[in-house]
Ligand binder design. Structure first.
Ligand code: HEM
Length: 258
């Protein structure tokens, strides 16, 4: 009887392990696809840096060749699948994290009257990897709300004539809505997306690339460079969309340049 129970347990854990690998592959694959899309998105929306002509040319070209329409549907599907699969670990680990913080606080305060409070010497200095993970969960939650709103808005813009003169993205409507107040949610979304994407790529590289990719420390440096460069480009784009900055590359498409 005991042998039979042990055999059943072994089969169960094998099935469970296989299922976990499938989940890891789906969350990693969808995350990688979304991160790569976001880098492309910075370039496409960044066409506003060349002025309204460049932005409208880019949007019309993507819509006329039926690239934008299936892309928005595919990105929305990837976005939802990624959120569902990647969030399966959240409750247990967040709970463990909360207990760990409470334990660290309790132990720190317990000896407060005897040990001088020296923050730097505390054995409970937050572990970098854990902090990155916690912030990835937080930014993911913000993205789920603001990203869904953005995708629904853009979906309506592409498929219906609700915004602007006709169905499709137009520089005049994009500029008007960002200047009217969308700069704030977009600013928060931008920060969350760039953090989430660069840390996500770093974690993927550590998880699947150990042994043949550079050391963790170097990967972390690369992650920081990607974060700051893409955030900088996105921030300049957002300032132009909000009308705070005039398009710095407008001279490239001006009449005199052609
Ligand atoms: C195919 C899907 C997408 C399309 C067609 C698209 C298109 C656009 C357009 C046209 C803008 C300019 C502002 C506006 O018109 O409202 C914009 C801005 C923005 N989008 Fe998207 N977007 C897509 C997916 C996403 C996703 C999945 C995210 C992140 C979750 C995102 C994050 C942002 C951010 C943060 C901005 C602010 C501008 C910036 O600094 O880059 N977008 N997008």
């Amino acid at each position: 009887m005991k042998i039979l129970t042990n055999a059943t347990n072994a089969v169960d854990s094998k099935v469970n392990a296989r299922r976990q690998i499938v989940y890891e592959l789906i969350s990693g694959g969808t995350g990688l696809a979304l991160a790569l899309f976001m880098f492309g998105h910075v370039v496409l929306v960044g066409s506003i840096l060349t002025g309204e002509r460049g932005f409208d040319w880019m949007a019309t070209m993507l819509e006329d060749y039926y690239i934008a329409q299936p892309t928005i549907a595919a990105i929305f599907a990837l976005f939802i699948v990624h959120a569902i699969v990647a969030s399966r670990k959240i409750p247990a680990q967040l709970d463990e994290r909360r207990r760990m913080i409470a334990l660290a606080k309790g132990l720190k305060n317990a000896g407060r009257d005897k040990v001088p409070s020296r923050r730097d010497n505390s054995p409970f200095v937050p572990h970098l990897e854990s902090m990155l993970w916690i912030w990835q969960v937080r930014t993911g939650m913000v993205m789920l709300v603001l990203g869904s709103f953005h995708l629904v808005l853009l979906g309506m813009d592409i498929f219906t004539p609700l915004f602007g003169d006709h169905a499709g993205i137009e520089s005049s409507t994009s500029l008007a809505r960002v200047a009217a107040g969308l700069w704030l949610p977009y600013g928060i979304l931008l920060l969350c997306v760039e953090f989430h994407a660069s840390v996500g790529l770093y974690r993927l590289a550590v998880k699947w690339g150990s042994g043949f990719l550079p050391h963790r420390r170097h990967l972390h440096r690369i992650e920081q460079v990607i974060f700051w460069v893409v955030l900088g480009l996105g921030a300049i784009t957002l300032l132009v969309l909000a009308g705070v900055l005039s398009p710095p590359l407008e001279f490239l498409l001006s009449e005199g340049a052609s």
